[in-house]
Design a protein around this ligand. Structure first.
Ligand SMILES: Cc1cc2nc3c(=O)[nH]c(=O)nc-3n(C[C@H](O)[C@H](O)[C@H](O)COP(=O)(O)O)c2cc1C
Length: 121
């Protein structure tokens, strides 16, 4: 499964590299592109600014129709806002919240996400 992610301090990027799947990293310089195949989003958690990046990406061209799920990277020290960006995307677009993990994730987090993606096909 293709992965679209954003990473401000490199932790989400480290996690994505461990999946071994094709990916697109979005950033200020590279905020949107037209996806040609199904994909999932993996978002770090920072609040509204990061959410807006994903809204712009998902609503670009036909990207909404190809989005199959979302996972989040966060930190449990943030309590109730743990992985809030990913939870908001799942609810706004009615897509599965596949997994939430801390920072760059563990090998177990990688396995869980791979399994969840297998389940959604
Ligand atoms: C300024 C700041 C705010 C953050 N806010 C939250 C938050 O509200 N909830 C959460 O779960 N994690 C929060 N985090 C943790 C990051 O989302 C987490 O470390 C993530 O792995 C960072 O990903 P990145 O290195 O790919 O940018 C915050 C981190 C920073 C530095």
């Amino acid at each position: 499964m293709k992965v679209v992610y954003l990473s401000l301090t490199g932790k989400t990027r480290q996690f994505v590299k461990k999946l071994g799947w094709d990916f697109v990293e979005i950033s200020k310089k590279n905020p949107v592109c037209q996806m040609e195949e199904p994909y999932i989003v993996i978002t770090p958690t920072y609040g509204e600014q990061v959410a807006n990046f994903f809204y712009e990406f998902i609503e670009f061209g036909e990207n909404r129709a190809l989005l199959k799920g979302v996972a989040g990277s966060g930190n449990r020290n943030f309590n109730t806002s743990f992985c809030s960006n990913s939870r908001e995307l799942a609810s706004k677009y009615g897509i599965p919240l596949l997994h939430c993990f801390e920072n760059q994730g563990t090998d177990k987090d990688v396995q869980i996400l791979i399994e969840k993606v297998r389940e959604i096909g």
